[in-house]
Ligand binder design. Structure first.
Ligand SMILES: Cc1cc2nc3c(=O)[nH]c(=O)nc-3n(C[C@H](O)[C@H](O)[C@H](O)COP(=O)(O)OP(=O)(O)OC[C@H]3O[C@@H](n4cnc5c(N)ncnc54)[C@H](O)[C@@H]3O)c2cc1C
Length: 491
């Protein structure tokens, strides 16, 4: 196998590995061609670019297991990758060129779907949108969605314990996983795909793998829960004067709608402006510009969607009497509801188009989020002149994406590595002071690995390192991500 511009000259051990892996996976499943690898060497945000020894794309669990055994024998590090839509650089290799990217994208079969049981068995490479389509065709739904649904895969969603816009009602990915199949660092296949409602045979090992960002095993398949398709859906867009009003509205609608309330997202005026600039065909839902907007979605399993609409209308009528918001519109049909969601789901892309920014996916207790935003935004802007802090997202989960936009004229790439890092450290310090988490849903990846080591509870960190050491003693699974295992002293 010839050396390439992206691949360092292989050492003898790498040459032997490359030959064995190429013959194991064949030309469709294994390449060192720089052109075929290029798109997968940079993360979605364009923050990190690495190099890889090769791109491996096995088509079955058995091939993943054989490849991982080969990597273990040759000491070749593995960076698992799904749709490469992750926000923390977790799927991007470092720049040593020593690791392979192990893409699960060819493993994209839905092995079975049982509507009566409310279960689907998916391979790791199934794209979230395809799962939604398959569930829909069976009169069911998969109750997790997010803006990256056109590329995010089931394996990636499980490995990051992804959240999204329905966590308020249905929980994160962890709550959707009923069973799991994974290949461990030694190539053994951990088969816990069969869903058991009750099973007390000790540790729930699948839960350990969920959210482990490819550092403990390669997820190859999962059994996921499905729910009956909603029959009624009502989506509203409200304009508000303040983020504290948004919390009051959340409380009010939550009280009035109960379990029907599925999503409550906040969008500040700046983010809506950015989206409208990015999508020329999009329209603001309300005539006036409001300091804050709330996107509210209620869903019902019963056929009577008029009642659902009437209930939301009544709730909003009470809320406007109490001055909790300034204006609102309820989507007239599914198309308009989708248009509202497109505005929300396009914020990340719109912010990316504006220029350099530091993104912080943070959570604090739900009740404290407005005060956090009101305290942190001016503090950061004062401490780092020229920056602008914007917070948007999942208010109902106490999770916002707290983005700090660089001062005008800042150079992309340079600012993030310099002043931007100081901004992030300050934001994370404040989040910890408020009792929050520096990663609510995107994971740690390589982006926050240093900050996790700096700020996380030492006892928790030590447990994480012990687990990593036990499951991946050679440190070949996604090195440099999530948890860095210090050298273990010989005793
Ligand atoms: C526009 C947009 C909006 C988004 N909105 C949200 C949101 O609201 N909530 C949210 O949580 N995320 C969101 N994301 C982030 C992203 O979609 C999720 O992190 C998703 O889970 C990543 O899936 P992926 O297949 O792209 O994984 P990748 O990006 O390829 O990988 C992510 C991590 O998982 C590991 N990994 C991937 N596949 C496997 C596997 N099979 N086995 C073991 N490890 C694996 C990788 O090594 C890496 O550490 C958004 C992304 C975009 C682009």
């Amino acid at each position: 196998m010839a050396a390439t511009m992206n691949v360092p000259s292989p050492a003898p051990v790498a040459t032997a590995f490359l030959e064995d892996a190429a013959s194991l996976l064949g030309p469709r499943g294994f390449t060192t061609d720089p052109e075929r690898m290029d798109a997968w060497l940079t993360d979605w945000r364009g923050r990190y670019t690495g190099r890889a020894l090769a791109l491996a794309s096995p088509a079955s669990t058995q091939d993943v297991a054989a490849l991982v055994k080969l990597c273990a024998a040759h000491g070749v590090p593995i960076v698992p990758q799904g749709g490469n839509s992750g926000m923390a650089g977790g799927a991007t290799p470092d720049d040593s060129g020593a690791a392979i990217i192990l893409s699960l994208r060819r493993m994209d079969a839905i092995r079975s779907l049982d509507a009566a049981a409310g279960q689907v068995v998916c391979e790791a490479g199934v794209i979230l949108q395809h799962l939604h389509d398959a569930a829909d065709a069976a009169g069911m739904r998969f109750p997790l969605t997010l803006g990256g649904k056109g590329s995010a895969t089931i394996g990636g969603l499980i490995s990051t314990n992804a959240g999204g816009t329905q966590v308020l009602r249905h929980g994160t990915m962890r709550a959707q996983v009923l069973g799991l199949e994974a290949v461990l660092a030694n190539g053994a296949v951990f088969d816990a795909l069969t869903p058991l409602k009750k099973d007390n045979r000790g540790f729930d090992l699948k839960q350990l793998l969920i959210g482990s960002e490819g550092t403990l095993g390669i997820v190859t398949a999962a059994t996921l829960r499905l729910l009956p398709a909603p029959i009624g859906r009502v989506t509203a867009w409200a304009g508000l004067a303040s983020i504290t009003d948004a919390r009051s509205l959340l409380r009010r609608v939550g009280r009035d709608m109960g379990e029907a309330l599925e999503g409550f997202e906040v969008v500040p005026a700046h983010c809506l402006d950015s989206v409208l600039a990015l999508l020329p065909a999009a329209r603001a839902p309300l005539g006036e510009r409001h300091a804050w907007n709330a996107l509210i979605e209620c869903v019902s399993a019963s056929a009577d969607s008029t009642t659902l609409r009437e209930r939301l209308e009544a709730s909003l009528a009470g809320a406007i009497e109490d001055d909790l918001f300034q204006d609102a519109v309820i989507a007239a049909n599914d198309r308009q509801a989708e248009d509202f969601w497109t505005l929300r789901d396009s914020i990340s892309a719109a912010e990316r188009a504006i220029g350099p920014a530091m993104q912080h996916d943070i959570s604090v207790p739900v009740e404290r989020m407005p005060e956090f935003i009101l305290a942190a935004s001016p503090a950061i802007e004062a401490e780092f002149p020229g920056t602008r802090a914007v917070a948007f997202g999942h208010l109902g989960d106490g999770n916002v994406h707290f983005h700090v936009l660089a001062p005008a004229g800042a150079v992309r790439g340079e600012w993030e590595e310099g002043a931007g890092k100081a901004v992030s450290a300050r934001v994370y310090d404040m989040v910890c002071e408020w009792g929050g988490s520096i990663s609510a849903e995107h994971g740690i990846g390589q982006m926050k690995v240093g900050e996790l080591a700096r700020l996380h509870d030492p006892v928790a960190l030590s447990l994480m390192r012990s687990v990593k050491q036990a499951l991946d003693p050679a440190g070949l699974l996604n090195p440099g991500k999530l948890v860095i295992t210090p050298p273990v002293a010989c005793t």
